[in-house]
Write a protein that binds this ligand. Structure first.
Ligand SMILES: Cc1ncc(C[n+]2csc(CCOP(=O)(O)OP(=O)(O)O)c2C)c(N)n1
Ligand SMILES: [Mg+2]
Length: 564
């Protein structure tokens, strides 16, 4: 049957099981939007800025393990997606970005609102398409979803000229994919897996580094089996948070620039690193030349391009983590590493970082911990970027799989609010908290309107230190306190929330923290808390740029005592 390009696109989205689309309109997508009401299965969520659409699709994809879809018009609309697409690319999130393009006869003429979005996004998409033949549209959509969601997931952009949306063509949704140039390995090489198991069985001081690949592959049980069977401590990258229970006895926390001192020490003293679904990002490894000097390295990842990119691998295993670990666990001996664990426990005792000062001041660490206490971990935390992100990573105990959503690779301020929208839409039954800095909050603040229009019960906490805090911290530590333009004049965030019809309160004192969090949780809709925190609180521990993971700067304040 003949259908318009717009109908073909909608039919194809329905075939792919799409339920939600985040987008904003414009001339080059008008035929598509005009067709949308014919497909009530496709819920459209109107955002206020295309960056919000891309982050929302990304957040949706991360919590559902399905592709998230966003739509923008040509030119400025498509360009506004760019940060969101790059963010999804860096964090391996399957986002389908659909952009309108000027009609085919206008392409290359600097037509009104024309940009070469496939050119612009070439390095930040897993693949992209400009559809010039309406007959190809259905096949293109099928391929795009396949590419986005298989192997190492990532964003795929489909640019559709306006006249392709209007033109009629025969609609047949292809059954099969024929992509000879696209391959991924899902089962790891058996010989490699056996070699790795042998090393694991022999190791005296092994450490598992868990990355986001475990979450993508949903290999939680397999990781637990490996760790428990061979008695191996598990540390994680930032995006590996919530791949392994935060309260598990074998969990030794986050590594890296703001990782736990004892986690970094475990890595630095390991004789074997089992790196799983992580890419040795420089924030995780610190100086690569000083990384884990005595360790052999087993690196398991679905993307062969990651193997040996930053840290050489003694045993590379390319494959889907769930499959690889399933096979590997059969080859693993039950072990104990009593000496290793007593050493690790001693480091943990000597370097207690999960502590908050008994202080009259309103400290962000205390706030994050109180959110944990109030929720008992039964919530999804979506963070901004900066100090707020690091405190949220350090002071919340992530007991639930895939409960930490954050912009790791790109470090995009303003990710939190729209990504929380995507998370709440994708998992409406879950409580969702957005933890923002006062700087980042203002980068996507317009999405408060989306929250109200869609009545999304998102709980918002602003850790308001009056600074671009993380940058101020660097100025303090590495630029001799020269705070060049990191101090922020801020609007009244509670009044802003009220203007968006969202109730909010301001918290300035420690004793108000818990009641405020409870009030936010009990309120049946969105709620905002503006926490006016100690302005110059720093994130510790810290490994200074250029140093190795062994050179850990710990809190210089000796009066810190553990409060829990
Ligand atoms: C879009 C974007 N611009 C700039 C930066 C650089 N940057 C990293 S952290 C930071 C400060 C963030 O301030 P705020 O949101 O208030 O969070 P805080 O560190 O104070 O918790 C900046 C400017 C960034 N990561 N993203
Ligand atoms: Mg701030």
């Amino acid at each position: 049957m003949k259908k318009t390009g717009a109908q073909i696109l909608c039919e194809s989205l329905v075939k792919e099981g799409v339920e939600v689309i985040f987008g904003i309109l414009g001339g080059a997508v008008l035929p598509l939007y005009d067709t949308l009401p014919q497909y009530p299965q496709l819920r459209h969520i109107l955002v206020r800025h295309e960056q919000g659409a891309a982050h929302a699709a990304d957040g949706y994809a991360r919590v559902t393990h399905k592709a998230g879809v966003c739509i923008a018009t040509s030119g400025p609309g498509a360009d506004n997606l760019v940060t969101g697409i790059a963010n999804a690319y860096m964090d391996s999130s399957p986002v389908i970005a659909i952009t309108g393009q000027v009609a085919r006869p206008f392409i290359g003429k600097d037509a009104f609102q024309e940009t070469d979005i496939t050119g612009i996004t070439l390095p930040i998409t897993k693949h992209n398409y400009l559809v010039t033949d309406t007959e190809e549209l259905a096949k293109t959509v099928k391929e795009a979803f396949y590419i986005a969601q298989t192997g190492r997931p990532g964003p795929v952009l489909i640019d559709i000229p306006k006249d392709v949306q209007q033109e009629e063509a025969e609609f047949v949704y292809p059954e099969k994919i024929d992509l000879p140039g696209y391959k991924f390995v899902s089962r790891g090489h058996l010989i490699q897996i056996k070699k790795a198991a042998k090393l694991i069985n022999k190791a005296e001081q092994p450490v598992i580094i868990a990355g986001r690949g475990i979450i993508i592959s949903q290999a939680y049980d397999e990781l637990k089996e490996l760790a428990e069977k061979a008695q191996i401590p598990v540390v994680n990258t930032l995006l590996g948070i919530s791949s392994f229970p935060g309260n598990h006895i074998l969990n030794f926390g986050m590594i890296g620039m703001h990782g736990m001192a004892y986690a970094n020490m475990a890595v630095q003293n390991a004789d074997l690193i089992i790196a799983i679904g992580m890419r040795f990002d420089d924030r995780a490894t610190a100086s690569t030349s000083g990384f884990a000097p005595q360790a052999r390295v087993i690196h398991i990842d679905i993307d062969p391009a990651e193997i040996g990119k930053n840290i050489p691998a003694d045993i590379p295993i390319v494959g889907d983590i769930k499959n690889v670990l399933k096979t590997m666990n059969k080859e693993i001996d039950r072990r104990e590493h009593l000496d290793w664990f007593s050493q690790l426990e001693q480091w943990r005792y000597e370097h207690p970082v999960l502590e908050t000062k008994q202080d009259e001041k309103l400290l962000p660490q205390y706030i994050i911990h109180q959110i944990y206490e109030a929720t008992q971990g039964d919530t999804i935390i979506v963070t901004g970027v900066g100090q707020n992100q690091m405190w949220a990573a350090q002071y919340f105990v992530y007991t639930k799989p895939n409960s930490f959503i954050s912009s790791g690779g790109l470090g995009t301020m303003g990710f939190e609010l729209p990504a929380a929208i995507g998370a709440k839409v994708g998992r409406p039954e879950e409580m969702v908290w957005s933890i923002a800095g006062d700087g980042g909050f203002q980068m996507t603040i317009q999405e408060l309107a989306t929250i109200t229009q869609e009545n999304l019960a998102i709980k918002m906490a602003i850790l308001n230190n009056g600074y671009l805090g993380m940058v101020r911290q660097w100025q303090e530590l590495f630029y001799e306190h020269r705070y060049v333009d990191t101090k922020l004049w801020n609007p009244d965030f509670v009044k802003i929330a009220e203007a968006y019809d969202i109730p909010g309160i301001r918290v300035k004192h420690r004793e108000e923290v818990t009641p405020a969090i409870q009030k936010a949780i009990d309120y049946p809709g969105p709620f905002l808390i503006d926490f006016v925190i100690e302005p110059e609180e720093n994130v510790y521990p810290m490994v200074s740029p250029g140093e190795s993971l062994s050179q850990i700067l710990e809190s210089p304040r000796p009066e810190r005592v553990s409060s829990y």
